[in-house]
Design a protein around this ligand. Sequence first.
Ligand SMILES: Cc1cc2nc3c(=O)[nH]c(=O)nc-3n(C[C@H](O)[C@H](O)[C@H](O)COP(=O)(O)O)c2cc1C
Length: 319
Amino acid sequence: MSITTALMRMFGLRYPIIQAPMANAAGGDLAREVARAGGLGMIGTGSRATPAWLEGEWSKLEGAGPVGVGFMTWALDRMAEQRHLLTHALGLKPAAVLLSFGDPRPYIPAIRAAGAKVICQVQTVADAELAASAGADLLVAQGTEAGGHTGQVSTLPLLAAVLRAVADVPVAAAGGIADGRALAGAIAMGACGAMLGTRFVATPESLYHPQAKERILRASETDTELTPVFDLVQGIPWPAQYRGRALVNDFTQRWHGREEALKANLEQARQAYEAARREADFRTLAVYAGQSVGQITAIAPAAELVRQIGEEAITLLRR
Ligand SMILES: Cc1cc2nc3c(=O)[nH]c(=O)nc-3n(C[C@H](O)[C@H](O)[C@H](O)COP(=O)(O)O)c2cc1C
């Protein structure tokens, strides 16, 4: 029995795996290796990415399969530079554009007109219904286990509810999926595949600092916190319903749950954060990672992970 899902057919993939578009972690090297191995590669743009940066990362894709680009919808709404970056990205002819964290409707027509598939990552059933009715080609239901910014509902109940609510658009799962077992589980529920972020941070190809990757290898599943403190200290205006899941460190221990005190001491905290950035000191700096960190004990090449996770899922589903 061979396994083919709507996600695999849409992009001509060997495995039902999307590598998440992670700001500051997913550039051209990671996307290329995932795409070459038969998954969907993605380049992540943070709120400070520029056309020159994106073009540099895109130039690393030589010989890759399908690759897309991810955007944060709230940043497109608020920043003219981000809308310019989206126009620039569409000129590169990506296989897909992923929109997450906000209302995707203003951006869907231009993405479709450029010939790219529209992937909407959603955190609630209402947002899934909105994105489906607006013409998304694919939804990703993102549970709160996920690394990086996310919502409040866990992957299992969110995926089940989105699959029930949206019958005519394929749905992939994200959040807490880092091996073939979890991928097979999502597919058994009816998902067309999964989007993995945290597992792909711990690869030689990710842009994360080696010390940040080291921290991921050492962390257990209880070592993350869903927190707004890293956005507050960096002055990144994330809408309140999305907080970032990151490894617990000295900074979260000092400020998480004490956001008012952080706001009252913002200038001092900001200076300390910038000093930590200069020294690459991850006792203070954010290491975004999800609850699957506990399963990640080694750095592994991204292409190897795609094959291993994909084959394990196929074997389990056949059984
Ligand atoms: C380091 C990191 C950065 C992320 N940055 C983004 C981002 O820029 N845009 C986005 O839509 N999602 C981002 N995410 C979330 C992913 O899209 C995805 O939902 C998540 O990684 C899936 O859960 P997992 O981390 O448990 O695999 C990020 C995740 C991580 C771990």
